[in-house]
Design a protein around this ligand. Structure first.
Ligand code: 13P
Ligand code: SF4
Length: 329
């Protein structure tokens, strides 16, 4: 069979799914890469994990698991593949490596960082521990392995309140997202000591913007990520991790919805929920968008951009992530 025909057979069903979001001219570039990546995955026994913010050609074209950051960490531990390609940002690839240290973990672009992860260092955490002796440190997974190593337990936005309450204490240091800390504080009696980190994507939304959209769309349901500022959360019908946002739309099938988060989320969720109308003021995460099919193909083919973590930091950071995984959702 001619290669062109083979690509068509293998990718046409994917294009049927994503065609409303990807023009045909663009698909002509994506399809051969999707074919080559899926072939390489089989040859190398590799698995592609993708975050919900990845673009539809990655999310629907090559991902074996597409999910929120908690599920990606758990899946990374379970996989029997030899290579994990993380289509997400650096802290997600590091977390996968911590969960499965004997696997080769590749990140298609080493520059895919996160404003939250770069808002705090291990030294900052040591300084906080000195300032609040004996107070446990709960750290969002959106941090470096060095910061996780200084922490007692990690959390994601899917389980932050549960993790804080699992400690059975009356005060915790919660790092580094100030807005997530604020959200947790509203949902627990445990006193939260926070840090000033923010997500450059979610901090841009405002409550006023949400209210204006509601005025124009009185029947709309507004769902926000807990990294949003407090006035956005108060103006929303529901707040939850990216997977909880997906679940809300899938189960409730609102007529009209606004997902207050990264842009690709709405595209990916809309594809699975054709009867829901999506209003789309959204912000792009420049880090997530660094991951492209071309870079994924190159890094898997040449096995470049491998995540390495020093032995001592890895051992300490792993404990915090595993403790979180044991607590679950
Ligand atoms: P989730 O844990 O909800 O998937 O979010 C990760 C993230 O980076 C949000 O900006
Ligand atoms: Fe980090 Fe925000 Fe991008 Fe998520 S969306 S990876 S928190 S910068």
């Amino acid at each position: 069979m001619e290669i062109k025909e083979q690509i068509k057979i293998e990718t046409d069903h994917i294009y049927q799914k994503v065609s409303k979001h990807i023009p045909e001219v663009e698909w002509a570039f994506h399809a051969p890469l999707i074919h080559k990546i899926n072939k390489l995955k089989k040859e190398k026994n590799a698995v592609v994990l993708a975050h919900n913010y990845q673009t539809p050609e990655i999310f629907y074209g090559i991902a074996d698991i597409a999910a929120d950051s908690l599920a990606l960490a758990v899946e990374a531990e379970k996989t029997s593949a030899d290579i994990i390609v993380m289509c997400g940002v650096h802290f997600m690839a590091e977390t996968a490596k911590l969960m499965n240290p004997n696997k080769k973990v590749l990140l298609p672009d080493m520059g895919a960082g996160c404003s939250l992860a770069s808002s705090i260092t291990g030294k900052d955490v040591r300084m906080l521990k000195e300032k609040y002796p004996g107070v446990p440190v709960v750290t969002y997974v959106n941090t470096s392995a060095e910061v996780k190593a200084e922490s007692d337990v990690c959390c994601t936005s899917a389980n932050a309140v549960k993790v804080v309450e699992s400690l059975g204490v009356d005060k915790v240091i919660f790092l580094p997202d100030h807005y997530l800390a604020n959200y947790v504080q509203k949902n627990t009696k445990v006193k939260i000591i926070s840090w000033q980190g923010t997500c450059i994507v979610h901090e841009k939304f405002t409550g006023k913007e949400v209210e204006d959209i509601r005025k124009e769309n009185p029947d709309i349901k507004v769902i926000a990520h807990p990294e949003c500022p407090p006035d956005v959360i108060s103006a929303s019908d529901f707040a939850g991790s990216t997977s909880n946002m997906v679940k809300y739309v899938k189960e409730k099938q609102p007529k009209k919805v606004l997902l207050v988060t990264e842009c690709s989320m709405s595209d990916n969720v809309q594809i699975e929920n054709p009867n829901v109308q999506f209003i789309k003021p959204c912000n792009l995460c420049p880090h997530m968008k660094k991951i492209t099919l071309n870079k994924i193909y190159d890094c898997l083919k040449n096995e470049t951009n491998e995540i390495k973590i020093g032995h001592n930091i890895a051992a300490m950071a792993r404990k915090s992530v595993q403790r979180m995984a044991a607590i679950g959702r």
